[in-house]
Design a protein around this ligand. Structure first.
Ligand code: ZN
Ligand code: ZN
Length: 364
């Protein structure tokens, strides 16, 4: 049994669940290795299963050592039929499901197929909770994605010219990511020049990068199922007076937060380290998003580093978490500055995983 499966079983035991059905494709891949587009995973203490159709039976056998493969046939032997059969064979009468990942219609169909023979219990964030703590294989994959992201940023920024459009710049970055071995960008690359940089998630368009204005570039490499994520703010030519004022506040806010990353710190306390500095400088209302987010198989995943957390519970940082630290200030009509790096929480503090160069003010 894999470590990931045994960690899940420990949580199920705490929750009093004898079995759990996993339907999120990312959680399926995390637990079993199976990457087909259709299927489910059933985890029980005795044995675990990948349920999929004929297109993927062989693939599941290869990708999911330690899991028995059950073939779905529609109509005939659907997930509910397998659940009833396996519950009878292994002796359980309740099963957890992922409330965030089973649709209303999917749940109704499942319940109808089960016809009361197995009791379904909603669960929330169980596998996501496991995924917060990265194991060694995941950290290797993340370092590959992050290192390539850094290399591409460092290689492409010096090639940018004021006459390039945002879209051309985004394509230069995407090309370099793929040539470097990325399967795809982690998300559509953001290049936002001048006033567009006031929009935290601007979509690159036909506007020119231009001279003397802030340019926010946010991108990442997706390799081996894991994502990089990196933001740099640059300018071409000479920036206006405001640029360095704003840039320095954001850079200081980021340093304060980075210095505060260690196990035991609550996510909202970390957010406050950066936010209080930006607020004291007079720009609190212009920093409208959270300080950061967990990252791994998904670009945005728990823990969310925000001033509040959904449901009001705060998450204490733990060694093995990987999160972004990305404060920003956005001024309508002018533009914005955001600086983003990824960090690994370590037993004593943190390791900054991102290594792409940051712009330096030339004085003298
Ligand atoms: Zn980003
Ligand atoms: Zn991010």
């Amino acid at each position: 049994m894999s470590q990931r499966t045994s960690r899940l079983l420990a949580v199920l035991e705490e929750q009093g669940l004898p079995a759990m059905l996993i339907t999120s494709p990312i959680n399926i891949a995390y637990l079993s290795g199976f990457t087909g587009s259709h299927g489910a995973v059933l985890v029980t203490p005795a044995e675990s299963f990948v349920l999929t159709d004929s297109r993927y039976v062989l693939q599941a056998g290869d990708e999911s050592p330690g899991f028995a493969v059950c073939q779905l046939v529609e109509p005939g032997k659907e997930i509910a039929d397998w659940l009833v059969e396996l519950a009878g064979r292994l002796g359980f009468d309740q099963c957890g499901f992922e409330a965030d990942h089973l649709t209303y219609a999917g749940h109704a169909a499942l319940a109808q197929g089960l016809a009361g023979r197995l009791e379904l219990h909603p669960t929330a964030g169980v596998v996501e909770g496991l995924r917060m703590l990265k194991d060694a294989a995941e950290l290797d994959a993340m370092r590959r994605a992050i290192d390539l992201t850094d290399q591409v940023m460092d290689a492409v920024l010096p090639q940018l010219r004021p006459s390039h459009t945002e879209r051309q710049a985004a394509w230069m970055l995407e090309q370099a990511l793929r040539e470097g071995g990325a399967e795809r960008p982690s998300f559509p690359i953001i290049v936002a020049a001048g006033p567009n940089a006031a929009l935290a998630h601007h979509r690159p368009g036909d506007d020119l990068l231009g001279q003397g204005r802030p340019i926010i570039i946010d991108m990442g490499a997706h390799i081996g199922g894991y994502n990089g994520d990196l933001t740099r703010t640059i300018f071409l030519g000479e920036p206006d007076d405001r640029f360095w004022t704003i840039y320095d506040i954001v850079a200081d806010a980021q340093q304060r937060a980075l210095a505060g990353v260690r196990p035991g710190v609550q996510a909202h306390e970390l957010d406050a380290l950066a936010r209080d500095h930006i607020t004291a400088a007079g720009f609190g209302d212009q920093f409208g998003h959270g300080l950061g987010h967990g990252i791994g198989m998904e670009v945005h995943e728990v823990p969310f580093v925000r001033w509040t957390t959904p449901g009001g519970q705060s998450v204490p940082l733990q060694a093995g978490m990987v999160t972004s630290i990305e404060p920003g200030i956005y001024l309508e009509g002018w533009g914005g500055v955001r600086i983003e790096d990824l960090v690994l929480v370590t037993p004593k503090g943190c390791e900054i995983l991102s290594s792409a160069a940051k712009i330096q003010k030339v004085t003298g």
